[in-house]
Design a protein around this ligand. Structure first.
Ligand code: ADP
Length: 490
């Protein structure tokens, strides 16, 4: 099959979070399985250009319809670690993608609506006729709409669309202008509850809802999250439309790219190790301590890696820092927040604990250091309010670092409590808690730290269990192939 991935992120060239890893990892897996895959991205000024090989303009004069006129674009092509990527580069005073940031601009809806229209126009004009267009998250929710309302009759008649929800908190709510801009027009038609009209606000269009309504199949990134967004307030108002379209909706757990995240081959860690030699892991703990100027002591190392977003349980992360400090553990945090107030708060804590030999906060984004932390830590916390899939716990498992997670979304699908999971001991791989509160995280973190100190043999068994799990792209890759095959025009 010929598959085109359409997304706002792709690792490592344009990465904010897990979406980027998924677009890259899934594409790679599909290629390994013999499919032809191309990825279309915006040509942001902030791309990691050092990670793109052979970048050159491949299509010079793409005129993309926009508000009754057209915007002149170039389309660039380059390889990103072997993946074929196309980058849309509009030449207009809107300067859509030269903002030194991927998101958070006042005109994000217009930027990504334009991206969708440009991507489809590019497919049409360049003669590409994919079997499957796979769109991701609200930024590309308009792609299935444009495909079936405009481009199908222009020549993309055989292309079918898969749409993946990575986080339904962000849905792309907007006004009528987007219809005029993209040439969809006909507000009375699209402002219909069966199409794009938002279920909560009758005056708004909902781009993610559009993707759900028009796509041939919708997935989200874990089975538990698929259930939560239909049946709980985690659906943020999409519950009804997901219910209506339930027959074309399912949860597929994300995979992890074990070429990048694998302690047996990881070039970023000083000591490689695998299931047969887990003791070697501790040399990485030593290296991590040296790098962050933490003391060498008989204590477990607890880590957090991720965006410091409300979703991630910021107050519980903050609490865990001090809890570890006072309960015989060390703590390392690697994260940053787009919200200045949250960043300031963590900078404040960082200054407060500056001289503490057991705690280090690294406030920023650092891919390379993240590898050393996954390898060096004993435990990794993910106390999320909600978590569609979560990658950090999956990566941690591969590095024999036991996750301590809240019982939600993909965390609940992948981590099984050492004491309480309804599974044989050999299948337990971490610590899980229910309450989104201080007693909740303390109950699990306390058990984890105590087990490390008092039952090292048990702790070691859990590590051995953890590395036996296969959360690679192997299974989800097959699931996506089945979905594509199911919806493909045969
Ligand atoms: P989300 O997509 O909600 O941000 P995920 O757990 O799905 O969360 O994915 C997070 C990914 O981003 C992981 O690969 C993690 O290692 C990485 N990451 C997050 N924050 C940082 C950071 N500050 N430095 C390095 N890597 C980070």
């Amino acid at each position: 099959m010929f598959i085109v991935q359409l997304a706002a992120e792709c690792a490592p060239v344009a990465k904010v979070g897990g979406l980027a890893d998924v677009v890259f990892g899934l594409s790679r897996e599909l290629e390994i399985r013999g499919h032809s895959v191309e990825i279309i991205l915006p040509k942001y000024d902030g791309l990691r250009y050092d990670q793109i090989y052979g970048l050159q303009v491949t299509y010079h004069d793409l005129w993309v319809p926009w508000y009754g006129g057209a915007i002149h674009c170039s389309v660039w092509f380059g390889f990103v670690h072997g993946r074929k990527c196309f980058f849309i580069d509009p030449h207009s005073t809107d300067n859509f993608f030269n903002r030194r940031a991927f998101y958070g601009q006042h005109d994000d809806v217009a930027r990504f609506a334009f991206f969708c229209r440009a991507a489809l126009e590019f497919l049409l004009k360049s003669g590409k006729r994919p079997d499957i267009l796979h769109a991701h998250d609200w930024q590309t929710g308009l792609a299935p709409v444009l495909l079936f309302e405009i481009y199908q009759r222009l020549g993309l008649g055989r292309t079918r669309c898969c749409y993946t929800l990575h986080n339904v908190k962000h849905q792309g709510l907007t006004g009528e202008f987007v219809l005029r801009a993209t040439g969809l027009n006909r507000p009375e038609y699209y402002f219909h509850p069966d199409r794009l009209r938002d279920d909560g606000n009758p005056h708004a269009l909902n781009l993610m809802k559009g993707g759900i309504v028009y796509a041939n199949f919708i997935t989200t990134v874990s089975p538990r999250y698929a259930h939560e967004i239909r049946h709980t307030d985690q659906g943020f108002g999409l519950n009804h439309v997901l219910h209506v379209h339930q027959r074309k909706f399912g949860g597929v757990l994300n995979g992890v790219d074990y070429d990048v995240w694998n302690p047996e081959v990881d070039p970023h860690i000083p000591q490689r190790y695998g299931p047969a030699g887990l003791d070697e892991k501790y040399k990485n703990k030593q290296a991590l301590r040296q790098r962050l100027l933490l003391r060498e002591d008989w204590r477990p190392m607890v880590a957090f890696i991720g965006r410091l977003d409300h979703q991630k349980g910021v107050h519980l992360i903050r609490h865990a820092i001090f809890y570890c400090m006072h309960n015989g553990a060390q703590f390392v945090l690697l994260g940053n927040s787009p919200d200045p107030a949250v960043n300031n708060d963590f900078w404040h804590i960082k200054r407060q604990i500056n001289d503490n030999p057991d705690t280090h906060l690294e406030l920023g984004y650092n891919e390379e250091l993240s590898h050393l932390i996954y390898a060096g830590a004993d435990l990794l916390i993910a106390p999320s309010l909600f978590e569609p899939c979560g990658l950090t716990q999956l990566i941690a498992l591969k590095y024999a670092t036991l996750p301590v997670v809240r019982n939600t979304g993909g965390l609940a699908d992948t981590v099984f409590d050492a004491d309480y999971a309804p599974k044989p001991y050999a299948e337990r791989n971490g610590f899980v808690f229910d309450g989104y509160d201080v007693p909740g995280i303390e109950s699990a973190l306390g058990r984890a730290i105590a087990m490390w100190h008092r039952q090292p043999k048990h702790f070691r068994e859990l590590m051995e269990n953890a590395v036996r799990y296969d959360y690679s792209w192997n299974h989800p890759g097959q699931d996506y192939c089945n979905i594509y095959e199911y919806i493909r025009d045969k």
